[in-house]
Design a protein around this ligand. Structure first.
Ligand code: PMP
Length: 444
């Protein structure tokens, strides 16, 4: 059955969408998706970090069904609706700081990022925005200009939104030879180098008085699944404070428990001025939000924000049910425990495979295959060094043969694992086993 559907889809759905598989899915449950042909795939992508509670969680399904029967659409420029107010009340208790107390709800991550930029420009009366090399903030006109992870997202679409300036993002493995002197090239060195780069941007490209905000992914997603050193994030906060620049955390991918804390920014003891949320917020229903301090949010003129589907009632109900699942299933605790299991299993398994391969290497260190397993919680990046270009995609193809879905990132030879946060111990063992087997098959 899938062949004819694929043929139709290819003929009449935009070719502008690239797809890593040709699966046609018609059912999904927990960590698995099922095709129209009845095949079962182990899903380590969660729709790119969206169904953090697993596919079709019964609590979410029930809330959606009930809300759809009650009222599905209330236009926000016409009236309040109860689910949004109840969600706001509930969400406040999960914020990294009580100062983040006022919300605006939208549909997608890109729209929410744009809402954050609109707010920053209004609040500061400044224009420019600093983004970090490797950033992904979306594909709309505004966010396309802010996305620097891959040229395909903006090539040919110019003129882009002006006022975007790019600063360096700290990633120690990329910045120094991967076998660099660990004493000199430590995290502090890496953070200080990147902070110096940010200071230079403020001297050379955009004066503080013209700079409204800096926007950063607390764990860079598409750009390689890289967590910056703590000192870097804290240094950014200081630079922003000193210069009256707003710090925006784009938690679209790293938020909602993905890193073992509700929001990744909590790992750094930093409070952003504006935080952007989407993806995991409603377990698959289109919802996003920004949150900021009331005094900032209230600077926006009434009528300047809003949209037909903004903060949809069914999506808000799904978001509340998602929080119920977080509490009832202790997802943060499970995320931390499964994360340790993943890291330990991947290290052991991949070290075995690589040392076997490297045993026969007679060409010296520069051709020794190496791996960096990194990330926080269940946002795990696995980067390979000294492998042919396309190696990570080959591993993903091998995993597909094992009926397992994994993604790569935009750059580097990097795989990314984004399983559901309620993945079980047994499923984690299976995921590690399939990952290691896929690398082993690709490396031969
Ligand atoms: N910001 C980040 C960090 C993201 O990862 C994404 C999506 N991958 C977006 C923004 C854009 O979100 P959306 O696709 O919902 O517009």
């Amino acid at each position: 059955m899938s062949a004819s559907l694929v043929q139709y889809g290819k003929a009449h759905i935009s070719k502008g969408i690239s797809r890593s598989t040709e699966l046609v899915i018609n059912r999904a449950k927990g960590a698995y998706v099922y095709t129209v042909d009845g095949e079962k795939y182990f899903d380590l992508t969660t729709g790119i970090g969206v169904v953090n509670t697993g596919h079709a969680h019964p609590t979410v399904v029930k809330a959606v069904q009930e809300q759809a029967a009650q009222v599905s659409h209330v236009q926000v420029n016409i009236a309040f609706h109860e689910p949004m107010i109840r969600l706001t009340e509930r969400l406040r208790t999960y914020m990294p700081s009580p100062s983040l107390d006022t919300f605006f709800f939208w549909n997608s991550g890109s729209e929410a990022v744009e809402a954050a930029i609109k707010l920053a420009r209004h609040a500061t009366k400044r224009q420019n925005v600093i983004v970090f090399q490797g950033s992904y903030h979306g594909r709309t006109f505004g966010t396309m200009a802010m996305t620097t992870s891959k040229t395909i997202y903006s090539a040919g679409f110019a003129p882009l939104m002006p006022g975007i300036v790019v600063a360096p993002f700290p990633y120690i493995k990329q910045w120094s030879a991967h076998k660099a002197d660990p004493v000199k090239f430590n995290e502090d060195w890496c953070a200080q180098e990147a902070l110096r780069g940010v200071e230079l941007v403020l001297k050379q490209q955009t004066a503080p008085k013209d700079t409204a905000a800096m926007i950063i992914e607390p764990v860079q997603g598409e750009g390689g699944y890289v967590a910056p050193p703590k000192q870097f994030m804290q240094g950014l906060r200081e630079i922003c404070n000193k210069n009256g620049i707003l710090l925006i955390a784009d938690e679209v991918q790293s938020g909602y428990g993905r890193t073992g804390k509700m929001f990744a920014i909590e790992h750094f003891n930093v409070t952003p001025d504006i935080m952007v949320m989407a993806k995991g917020i409603a377990s698959g229903y289109p919802l996003s939000a920004i949150v900021s301090r009331k005094e900032l949010m209230d600077l926006q003129p009434p009528g300047s924000m809003g949209g037909t589907y903004a903060g949809n009632a069914v999506a808000c109900a799904a978001a509340m049910a998602t929080l119920d699942v977080f509490d009832e299933e202790k997802l943060l605790e499970n995320c931390q425990a499964r994360s340790e299991q993943f890291f330990a299993g991947l290290r052991t398994g991949l070290n075995r495979v690589l040392s076997e391969k490297n045993k026969n290497n007679t060409k010296g260190d520069d051709s020794t295959i190496d791996v960096d397993i990194r990330g926080l919680g269940l946002m795990i990046g696995v980067e390979f060094f000294n492998v042919p270009s396309g190696f990570a995609s080959q591993v993903a193809k091998e995993a597909f043969q094992l009926k397992t879905l994994i993604l790569t990132t935009s750059i580097y030879e990097t795989l990314r694992l984004i399983p559901p946060l309620n993945i079980t111990k047994e499923e984690t063992d299976l995921a590690v086993e399939r990952m290691v087997a896929s690398v082993e098959a690709a490396i031969k």
